[in-house]
Design a protein. Structure first.
Length: 323
């Protein structure tokens, strides 16, 4: 499958490296708003084509899948461009900047019958299945609660402070704790959302805390930050024990404990190129079978998580200038 990438920043580089390690997909075309930047990227990563506009890339009949690697604030516009040109699209997380934008993209994908999916890699990785199998096995008993956090020191990254680029901790890193809870507790039965954040001078969230209460009585306690590095654990607590998923945005180890805090089992995840290969493989499989969404993250789950993040931002009084 010939893959085109919109945007030539850091995350595009990671995808390019991944594609170069795959036999099932190839790094075919790169587009930047600067032709010089696109050409340099092409030469560095061995792409066949370089374009100085996104319109040129989506107009290339050879492109079979487009990976959107632009800032959150552009995802809606760039995904729409792909779909309108009949190009299957894999959109980097967060899928869009808000639920209204997500709904517009997904409705157009359905109308045009063009594949679209959120590139939230944790949804596609083998670690997701491994955690679910532990839960299903009954080793930790009925799940009572989930905690998850992800924090990095991103204070020096300009886009993280810029409301016009949909900056802040929630959309960039908070999506991972949110998705961890969504994968194992779901998003349909949340009855109460309590949250708070610390804001920057520019008005974006720097660090936040979120509690999700479910109708079942289960709870998720989530934290994300762009101020400090954290241990990055996702923990699922059950009646008979708990499991710790280490490094929740790319789980590398899962530990299972009993209720006496005794370690029962340690599992390592399979070796990977980068972890991005799983979302590309899932997209390829869905496209080949004529689907417009991935089973790993159906359109409705992408939309519901975005709606949940909208609700949280509303509690903080945080609104982006382009909304």
């Amino acid at each position: 499958m010939k893959v085109g990438i919109l945007g030539a920043g850091g995350i595009a580089r990671k995808m390019a490296d991944t594609l170069n390690g795959m036999s099932e997909a190839s790094s075919y075309a790169i587009a930047s708003r600067s032709l010089d930047k696109a050409f340099a990227f092409k030469e560095e990563y061995g792409f066949e084509k370089a374009y100085g506009s996104y319109e040129e890339l989506v107009g290339d009949p050879e492109v079979e899948l487009v990976y959107v690697a632009t800032p959150h604030s552009r995802h809606h516009e760039d995904a729409i461009l792909c779909i309108e040109n009949g190009k299957p699209v894999l959109v980097e997380k967060s899928f869009t900047a808000n639920a209204s934008q997500a709904r517009a993209v997904l409705e157009l994908a359905k109308e045009r019958q063009v594949f679209a999916a959120e590139a939230i890699w944790t949804r596609y990785m083998p670690s997701r299945r491994m955690v679910q199998e532990i839960i299903d096995s009954g080793k930790i008993g009925k799940v009572i609660s989930v905690t998850a956090n992800l924090g990095y020191d991103l204070k020096a990254v300009p886009r993280m402070h810029d409301p016009a680029l949909a900056g802040g901790a929630l959309l960039d890193v908070g999506i991972y704790p949110m998705q961890f809870a969504a994968m194992y507790l779901g998003v349909d039965e949340i009855e109460e959302v309590i949250s708070t954040c610390t804001k920057s001078e520019t008005g974006v969230d720097l660090t936040n805390g979120i509690i999700l209460k479910y109708r079942s009585g289960q709870m998720a306690i989530l934290h994300s930050s762009m101020l400090e590095s954290t241990e990055q654990y996702g923990i699922i607590y059950g009646e008979k024990g708990y499991l710790i998923a280490k490094n929740i945005n790319n789980i590398d180890c899962i530990e299972v404990y009993n209720s006496e805090r005794e370690l029962l089992q340690t599992l390592s995840v399979p070796e990977q190129i980068s972890g991005y290969e799983y979302e590309v493989l899932a997209a390829k499989a869905a496209i080949k079978s004529g689907q417009i969404e991935c089973v790993e993250i159906p359109h409705q789950e992408t939309l519901k998580v975005m709606m949940l993040m909208d609700e949280i931002r509303g509690q903080w009084g945080l609104k982006y200038p382009f909304e």
